[in-house]
Design a protein around this ligand. Sequence first.
Ligand SMILES: [Zn+2]
Length: 135
Amino acid sequence: MKCKSCGKEIAENTSICPNCGFDLEAFGKKQKVIIYEDPEVETSEKASLIDRPILAFIFGILSVISSILFVTSRNIVVLFLAMLISFTYLTFRNASKPGKVKLRPFADVGKVFAYFAIGFLIFKIVFDLLGDLFF
Ligand SMILES: [Zn+2]
């Protein structure tokens, strides 16, 4: 292999470069910190690394659907509100747990959906309060 510092050919798995004294072992450790790796979990939990970000994404979409139903519907509002609260909770719960790095964007988008749903809910409540006050 080549030394990362001076570029000279050195023996494989050398920890200190004999030519320039560069600490290859410490360099390797530093690199690991920079590269994002999937969180290490027990084998039985491996599937959840994939499931959780995807679930966060799906629940995020369901949150938005519930919020739209909640805002637009005139009856069974309580049901839609319960759905909205449950789905946003499940979104954040799944998004906060460890997941595959490649799938993190799904969890992030799910969270954005959930925030949107909550924003919609607050907007509706404020709008209704203002409506009661002024009209
Ligand atoms: Zn070197």
